[in-house]
Design a protein around this ligand. Structure first.
Ligand code: ADP
Ligand code: MN
Ligand code: MN
Ligand code: MN
Length: 344
């Protein structure tokens, strides 16, 4: 038997965006534990905005498990928060609201800033560094500094070793700003992995005295870019059947549900989705082929392939909850009749 360090990780009840929480328990297993072998656990919900003081226990239900490359015999356990009965999802549990669909695929592009001493990493104490331009996908000390790439590389390695399906990384438009992309098949997979990747990033940067700033417009109304988390999505029907008629009905449903989407696409999005800097205004839905100024960008390949493939919703921001985003996207898709459902 080996003593494993199980890090149970969950989302707290803070609004408008939940924070990651985690605590460790040690348990013995013959070999690396499977999800089924991991027990329910509890925590004090009154300390996380998830319960009143008197009956404050909440239940942690393991839903995804990853090896923790940074710890000897380490296990990362993503959990859903449940009520004391262990079966009813807590009201803060957005993951439980995602429709189960193995055919739904998501790719999230998480942008973020490194922050140190209250400003983006690499910014001088007063004023600004030289303007945006060379930083995006840049190389060299004057563009990326002396430590950001080390962290980004270490984070990439941690994620790949833990089985998180990173698809790529790049330096972004603002100084101190970076991106990683995660893709997953199954309606909850990519969202689980984005939260776990965020956890690994935040834990990694502790020792550097650096924080991750996920706010979508941390530098306010300036000429400095904000951060998004574009949500690329497809379903089996979109990939295999699709068609112009279905696509147009789908876009009409996205337009009709604009408010529901914006409400879960991250706070303060009106500061970012202004209609400038390759964004669409937050309160007006649009779509366009290869259009980075639209709410939804339709890849060239989608049109060439008879309206089949994936679409990119460019509105979700860096601070959004990928669970809530995936949930809303699938809810809207489910409202649109398919040929099969229309015939039924
Ligand atoms: P860009 O920065 O040009 O928007 P990225 O390469 O950063 O493009 O991101 C594209 C994302 O689209 C990736 O996360 C990728 O996994 C995702 N993606 C590609 N094909 C599909 C698909 N069929 N369904 C869902 N997501 C997809
Ligand atoms: Mn990208
Ligand atoms: Mn980007
Ligand atoms: Mn994108």
């Amino acid at each position: 038997m080996t003593k494993y360090k199980l890090e149970y990780i969950w989302l707290d009840g803070y609004t408008p965006v939940p924070n990651l929480r985690g605590k460790t328990q040690i348990k013995e297993f013959d070999s690396f534990p499977s999800l089924e072998e991991l027990p329910l656990w509890g925590f004090d919900g009154s300390s996380t905005m998830q319960a009143e003081g008197r009956s404050s226990d909440c239940v942690l239900k393991p839903v995804a498990v990853y090896p923790d490359p940074a710890r000897k015999h380490g296990v990362l356990v993503m959990c859903e928060v449940m009520l004391p009965d262990g079966v009813t999802p807590h009201s803060t549990n957005a993951r439980a609201t995602i429709l189960d669909d193995d055919g739904a695929w998501f790719g999230f592009e998480q942008e973020y800033f490194f922050y140190k001493d209250g400003r983006p990493l690499g910014f001088p104490e007063h004023g600004y560094p030289s303007p945006q331009g060379p930083y995006y996908t840049g190389v060299g000390f004057k563009n990326v500094g002396d430590v950001a790439r080390e962290i980004v590389e270490e984070h990439l390695e941690l994620c790949l070793e833990s089985g998180i399906n990173h698809e790529g990384i790049n330096a972004e438009v603002a100084k101190g700003q970076w991106e990683f992309q995660i893709f997953g098949k199954g309606s909850k997979k990519a969202a689980d992995e984005v939260w776990m990747a965020r956890y690994l990033l935040q834990r990694l940067t502790e020792k550097y005295g650096i924080d991750i700033e996920y706010h979508c417009k941390p530098l306010g109304d300036t000429d400095w870019n904000g951060s998004g988390m574009h949500c690329n999505f497809s379903t089996a029907y979109l990939r295999e059947v699709g068609g112009k008629e279905y696509f147009e009905a789908l876009m009409a449903a996205f337009e009709k549900n604009l408010d529901d989407h914006i409400s879960v696409y991250g706070p303060d999005n009106h500061l970012r989705l202004t209609g400038k800097h390759e964004t669409a205004p937050w309160n007006k839905f649009s779509y366009g082929v290869a259009d980075r100024g639209a709410s939804i960008r339709v890849p060239h390949s989608f049109i060439k392939n008879d309206y089949k493939g994936y679409l990119e919703d460019r509105r979700p921001n860096s601070q959004g909850d990928p669970y809530a985003i995936a949930s809303q996207v699938l809810k809207t898709i489910s409202e649109v009749p398919t040929k099969a459902s229309a015939a039924a």
